[in-house]
Design a protein around this ligand. Structure first.
Ligand code: DX5
Ligand code: ZN
Length: 225
């Protein structure tokens, strides 16, 4: 199962949107199978990116390659968007624990919509914030932000390594641990060592002159499939 494999997940946030399809094809061609999609609403985080329309625009090519769409919702009240994002072709939907008081309800709604369910925590949010959802067996993925959400190209926060180790110790084996922000050739190895199995990388792949080569180098540094 892709979610529990060690995988680098390119984030389309840093892609060239005038040729989004071919940018996604470039990384699929060199083995990327988890494509990360950053939805931002201008409220939970200042920028506005895109929503279900863009998920739907790339879903077929990702699925045809045997890949999955990993949708990261940086939006307030994500429960209102789950159905539409799932219908557009998402395979995993991750919400932020800081973004709704209705966590159990929302992750249950994600599974009911046919997707796997993830919960994300910002750098200032304790790892323990996921305890209840874990005890309720409500999660398929935990996302540990290694930068403050909202923008690509930020610097990796080093204390994330310890947080990842603590999270991995507490999570059942069935739950994936994803890290997001500031992942490149130098940080990929350490986060994988700390226990992360899904490594999101935006600017280091799509901000480079050769996304395919950058993907391959980061995957090698992570010891990823
Ligand atoms: C940031 C997003 C990330 C972003 C990572 O809020 O959640 O997925 O694309 O970008 P880099 O890899 O450039 O830090
Ligand atoms: Zn993300």
């Amino acid at each position: 199962m892709l979610m529990r494999a060690r995988r680098v997940a390119p984030s389309i946030l840093s892609a060239d949107f005038a040729r989004l399809g071919s940018q996604v094809d470039e990384v699929l061609a060199v083995g990327a199978r988890v494509i990360h999609v950053d939805v931002m609403d201008g409220h939970f985080v200042p920028p506005i990116t895109f929503g279900a329309v863009v998920v739907g625009a790339i879903a077929d090519r990702v699925h045809a390659a045997g890949g999955m769409l990993d949708v990261h919702l940086m939006i307030e009240r994500p429960e209102r968007q789950v159905e539409e994002i799932a219908r557009a072709g998402a395979d995993n939907i991750t919400i932020h624990v800081e973004a709704t008081p209705h966590l159990n309800y929302t992750v249950a709604a994600i599974r009911e919509a046919g997707c796997t369910a993830g919960a994300a925590i910002c750098p200032g949010t304790p790892a323990d914030s996921l305890n209840e959802l874990v005890a309720q067996e409500a999660l398929d993925l935990a996302l540990c932000m290694s930068v403050n959400p909202g923008w690509g190209g930020q610097k990796f926060i080093p204390a994330t390594l310890d947080k990842l180790s603590r999270l991995r110790e507490r999570l059942p084996l069935s739950v994936a641990l994803e890290v997001d922000g500031g992942i490149h050739e130098e940080t990929a190895g350490p986060v994988a060592q700390a226990g992360a199995n899904l490594l999101v990388t935006g600017s280091a792949v799509f901000g480079s002159d050769d996304p395919a080569a950058s993907y391959t180098a980061i995957a090698a540094a992570a010891g990823a499939d």
